[in-house]
Design a protein around this ligand. Structure first.
Ligand SMILES: Nc1ncnc2c1ncn2[C@@H]1O[C@H](COP(=O)(O)OP(=O)(O)OP(=O)(O)O)[C@@H](O)[C@H]1O
Ligand SMILES: [Mg+2]
Length: 257
């Protein structure tokens, strides 16, 4: 099962991805977390592992992969399949990911599509295209689950990364922007035939009812995470998330059944 975790900036995508991954591992699942966000460097710390080498390096690095992308005709034709043949000619399993491209702890593997490391190094298109094709070719066993911690916003829908997943989990924080985005993401998910589930996050007593009503119009709410002091503190100090949280366990159970 492959699941996109998405939402607006700072809503809690990486936090929920981490907690879910650890919970699923406790449920005997083999979990792959794909850091699909070129800008942020916090996810590996939440998981308590080192940041793995950019997966773009597997294809010779950003410059080489970009040239391959240019010569494959992808930019002219926008046909991603042409690109796919260049980089993935067959299915790719979790076991096929070379050791230097993942970090692992407690049954959770983390890989990273790539980061922006320095100024003027170019846009994130190359790594995002590799990611899109990686997800399309990733083949998982029954007891394996992949969580894609996406960059904020909806560009991944535009690129087609979500075409190959089994469902979309949107994290919604108590903000007008998130409530609006829940309608948009529900529409985008439905348009590609993918189920959309919502996880309300940082829920306070005052915000709960409005969040339930607004988000509930667009799909099933499968998780409700309170605004939590320990999570906020861990976010400040950049420490590993080791707590178990009841709503996360319920979401994990929902996703695997
Ligand atoms: N339920 C919660 N209670 C308190 N703080 C939370 C909660 N969920 C997330 N946070 C905090 O909110 C901040 C943003 O969380 P996180 O980094 O997971 O969001 P994100 O959506 O991945 O952000 P980005 O868009 O930058 O990738 C962090 O400091 C995190 O600790
Ligand atoms: Mg994040």
């Amino acid at each position: 099962m492959k699941i996109t975790v998405c939402g607006k900036g700072g809503c809690g995508k990486s936090t929920v991805t981490t907690l879910l991954a650890k919970e699923l591992a406790r449920m005997e699942k083999r979990v792959l977390v794909v850091d699909s966000d070129e800008s942020n460097f916090g996810l590996h710390r939440q998981l308590g592992v080192e940041l793995p080498r950019d997966f773009t390096e597997y294809f010779g690095g950003k410059d080489k992969a970009f040239k391959t992308m240019m010569t494959s005709g992808i930019l002219d034709s926008m046909k991603l399949s042409a690109f796919a043949k260049k980089f993935f000619s067959e299915d790719f399993t979790m076991a096929d990911i070379p050791e230097e491209y993942y970090s692992e702890k407690g049954g959770v593997k983390l890989m990273s599509s790539g980061k922006i490391h320095k100024a003027n190094e170019g846009c994130a298109c190359t790594m995002n295209s590799i990611l899109e094709q990686f997800v399309a070719h990733l083949t998982l066993a029954e007891d394996e689950i992949a969580l894609l911690d996406m960059e904020a916003g909806v560009e991944h829908f535009g690129r087609g990364t979500d075409n190959s997943v089994d469902g979309i989990l949107m994290i919604v924080d108590p903000s007008f922007e998130s409530l609006r985005l829940s309608a948009k993401i529900a529409d985008l998910s439905t348009s590609i035939g993918k189920p959309i589930w919502f996880c309300l996050n940082k829920v306070t007593e005052e915000a709960a009812q409005m969040m339930e009503e607004e988000v509930g119009k667009h799909g099933a709410i499968i998780g409700r995470m309170p605004l939590d002091h320990d999570l906020a503190l861990a976010g400040l100090t950049g420490t590993e998330l080791q707590m178990t949280i009841a709503p996360v366990r319920e979401m994990a159970q929902f996703l695997i059944h």
